[in-house]
Design a protein around this ligand. Structure first.
Ligand code: NDP
Length: 453
């Protein structure tokens, strides 16, 4: 890291000391950008770095709602509007008890560079609440979403800020949020993405993040003249991203053998076939049950509960060729990374945001495995949200094939940008540097054009 970049990182640390996830994301990106600043003194003079680490706006608000017993409940809602340099703010909403400003700042910061990589005109934002949808009735989720949107609606709009889903926010929540926005604003516009097909949604949006991560892995493998055919794949999580990662791995001839939730993981050496995946989709999306039931239902599979205090995750010790972390940030630490490498994993494609700690990332890069960081590998979701916005603006719907083809082309393009940028700045094959530099340059140039704002 150059002394200038180190100085900026130190300033960010002193100003945001209670936000470790945000600091981690900033340190990762800025470390990669050192060679750019060696070549571009004009960026330094314009204080692009100092400005790009400060959100344009961060809103925090009270969300009061009534539970099924008639008790008043109070949660905290947020929207972090990080950068509008290349388009309206765009990024998901997360409902999870761990949510606080620091998590959303990290996610919104990542989103700025991810959205730039997609080649579509979208700025970066993220929002959510510490509300936990787990164990809540549909009516409680509806009342919460209505109260949340009653404040959020004044800050968003189809040309201002277009939220989508993330952890804890799927089709059900987007429906309730959209219904309340429409009622308050008295307009039917593409203010959210991930909408239902009957009211402005796009085909392939639910599949896009998982499919995109597998397309990205296939592109990385192609650089070594390999394919997904016959590859054993570890997948973590069992939500939206994990489910469609398993589906695409299987379609491309690979075999997905693990899934997890916050209580534990299943290992199915015979592979998670389409029939078994249908069971998981019903379990998670309809019955909202736990992965433990998978091992009870399918002979030959095993369930390992989470062991509090363990210094590694045993899921990453299962022998495989590829890993698709698709649950949550920092789910792969340095011990897990060592276990993956020891067991022969040569491809890591991150469906989740920042699932690898900085020491784990370093190990992947040093060992020169095919390591696709989240902001590149999981960008298919937001890219397809961008395609949903285009269809809404044109008041048209594209076919499944058309959206899927565009998604595949975008993932190819993102892969190419990573390869080219990493080579141009002296670290060929380093997708981490490639994604950070490739995403940054477009945003930085737009900021230069816009003057000091
Ligand atoms: P979902 O809410 O659909 O699923 C999240 C999954 O992760 C659940 O299975 C959940 O289990 C599991 N999980 C949560 N916390 C933990 C934990 N501590 N340990 C193990 N498993 C855990 O979310 P998504 O699939 O949408 O999101 C997953 C990841 O992908 C997130 O990092 C998100 O930011 C990222 N992402 C999502 C995109 C999208 O389009 N949805 C786009 C780009 C990135 P449980 O039910 O027990 O909570």
């Amino acid at each position: 890291m150059s002394s200038y970049v180190a100085e900026v990182v130190a300033k960010v640390k002193s100003k945001n000391s209670a936000e470790p996830e945000f600091l981690q994301a900033v340190e990762e990106v800025l470390t990669s950008l050192t060679p750019v600043f060696d070549r571009r003194p004009d960026y330094r003079k314009a204080k692009i770095l100092e400005r790009i680490v400060e959100p344009e706006r961060a809103i925090s608000f009270r969300v009061a709602w009534l539970d099924d017993q008639g008790e008043v409940q109070v949660n905290r809602g947020y929207r972090v509007q990080f950068s509008s340099a290349i388009g309206p703010y765009k990024g998901g909403l997360r409902f999870h008890p761990s949510v606080y400003l620091g998590i959303l700042k990290f996610l919104a910061f990542e989103q700025v560079f991810k959205n730039s990589l997609t080649t579509l005109p979208m700025g970066g934002g993220k929002g959510g609440s510490d509300f936990d949808p787990k164990g809540k009735s549909d009516l409680e989720v509806m009342r919460f979403c209505q109260s949340f949107m009653t404040e959020l609606f004044r800050h968003i709009g189809p040309d201002t800020d277009v939220p989508a889903g993330d952890i804890g926010v799927g089709g059900r929540e987007i429906g309730f949020l959209f219904g309340q926005y429409k009622r308050l604003a008295n307009e039917f516009t593409g203010v959210l993405t991930g909408k239902g097909l009957n009211w402005g949604g796009s085909l392939i949006r639910p599949e896009a993040t998982g499919y995109g991560a597998v397309y990205f892995a296939a592109e990385m493998l192609a650089t070594r003249r390999e394919t997904m055919e016959g590859k054993l794949c570890l997948v973590s999580g069992s939500g939206n991203v994990a489910q469609y990662t398993v589906e695409k791995v299987t379609q491309l001839g690979g075999k997905a053998i693990t899934l997890s939730d916050s209580s534990g993981f299943i290992h199915d050496p015979a592979g998670i076939t389409p029939e078994k995946l249908a069971f998981v989709m019903d379990l998670k999306n309809v019955r909202r049950g736990r992965m433990k039931e998978y091992a009870e239902r399918f002979k030959g599979s095993t369930y390992t509960p989470v062991q509090p205090g363990l210094d590694h995750n045993p899921l990453w010790k299962v022998k495989a060729h590829c890993a698709f972390p698709s649950a949550i940030e920092n789910e792969i630490n340095d011990k897990d990374a060592q276990n993956l490498l020891r067991n022969g994993v040569t491809v890591v494609a991150e469906g989740a945001n920042m699932p690898s700690t900085i020491p784990a990332q370093r190990l992947f890069v040093e060992e020169r495995i095919l390591y696709g960081p989240g902001k590149a590998a999981n960008a298919g979701g937001v890219a397809t949200s961008g395609l949903e916005m285009s269809q809404n603006s044109m008041r048209m719907s594209w076919t499944r094939e058309e959206v899927d083809n565009r998604l595949r082309m975008i993932m190819k393009e993102i892969h190419r940008t990573c390869v080219d940028a990493s080579a141009a700045y002296g670290t060929p094959g380093n997708y981490l540097n490639g994604a950070n530099i490739g995403g940054f340059l477009k945003v930085a140039d737009a900021m230069m054009d816009h003057g000091v704002v």
